[in-house]
Design a protein around this ligand. Structure first.
Ligand code: ADP
Ligand code: MG
Length: 317
């Protein structure tokens, strides 16, 4: 690399762009052999890690800003789905070459989202190889308040935030190379629902972020909670972009099977419905009741036959 590894880290990651006014709990950040971090007193640590590989997790021609944004967004989304408050992250970056224009864009996209969510970059690793980005996020949650997948109970309502399927429509537009609308932006810049996750502490009985498709991800709650989930097609919250599709079955397939929205799907006892609606209104975020939790197993949406069970790596064949 023309730029030495240390110059690269100093210029793009140990940089003022990532500096937070008060980086909470960072006793020692980038520059030593390990970071030293302190959790808020009495809180539990929530940890999650995700890898993005070019051409698999984002289109190979995505802008570096978008890749930086997405790499952190998908991780923050996992903390959101746990009701955890993001504090810190680490970054393992594998690059074919030290392309400074790429690094500047990547670092800009990453830092913008990090600042928005007040999450500090506290370390990482930089190596040469095919482009791949791994981020581990660390957050905190008071004991017993994490939104797990296994807490759904028969009689609960099933909710979803935002308008799932819009990102998949946006990806389709990007891959087709034709006209793009708001859907393409929703795909390119997913907004992790961190504030909603925090608001759902003590209200939701289970939660997951919608990365693989609503039906598949609701299915994970059903499996972990040993319950059945019944979604109602008429209740699905179509975005204006999905509503503009003439083929309603196509719109429905996108809403139920499209991944990459990073909305939250969650369950809650009906008595919490008003509080959830109030929290959603405060956040200016649509939250819609889309079904019920029942005794039994599996997930279904009456009137819809899935074409595939969500995106899976290492699917057989
Ligand atoms: P070591 O050889 O001890 O693993 P490195 O040379 O890999 O140390 O890293 C030096 C410092 O820079 C460490 O504090 C490490 O956490 C940090 N670092 C390395 N790469 C990155 C990166 N991509 N983003 C943020 N910090 C990084
Ligand atoms: Mg290292």
């Amino acid at each position: 690399m023309a730029l030495s590894e240390f110059e690269l880290i100093a210029r793009y990651f140990d940089s003022p762009d990532f500096a937070l006014p008060e980086a909470e709990g960072v006793l020692l950040g980038i520059g030593d052999d390990a970071a030293i971090l302190r959790l808020p007193p009495g809180e539990d640590l929530a940890v999650s890690i995700d890898t993005l590989v070019a051409g698999v997790h984002f289109p190979a021609d995505s802008s570096p800003e978008q890749i930086g944004h997405r790499a952190l967004a998908v991780n923050l989304s996992d903390l959101a789905a746990m009701g955890a408050r993001p504090l810190w992250f680490t970054l393992a970056l594998t690059l074919p070459e030290a392309d400074e224009a790429w690094l500047a864009g990547f670092s800009r996209g990453l830092a913008a989202l990090a600042r928005r969510h007040h999450v500090a970059l506290v370390g990482g690793d930089t190596t040469r190889g095919p482009l791949s980005i791994t981020i581990q996020v660390h957050g905190c949650v008071p004991p017993g308040l994490a939104l797990r997948r296994d807490g759904a109970r028969a009689g609960d309502d099933v909710w979803v935030s935002g308008h799932p399927g819009t990102a998949a429509l946006g990806l389709r537009q990007l891959l087709a190379g034709g006209a793009r609308d708001e859907a393409a932006r929703v795909f390119a810049e997913p907004a992790p629902r961190v504030a909603l996750g925090l608001a759902l502490r003590g209200l939701a009985s289970a939660a997951i972020d919608v990365s693989d498709g609503l039906l598949a991800d609701a299915g994970h709650i059903a499996a972990r909670s040993a319950v059945a989930i019944a979604l109602e097609r008429e209740r699905l919250p179509f975005s204006p972009q999905l509503n503009s599709l003439a083929d309603r079955d196509d719109a429905c397939a996108l809403a139920l099977g499209g991944g990459d929205d990073y909305e939250l799907c969650f369950t809650a006892p009906p008595r919490h419905g008003a509080a959830i609606a109030g929290a959603a209104a405060d956040l200016g975020l649509a939250c819609t009741r889309i079904g019920r939790v029942l005794a039994g197993q599996g997930v279904e949406c009456a009137g819809f036959v899935p074409r595939a069970g969500g995106y899976q790596h290492f699917r057989g064949g």
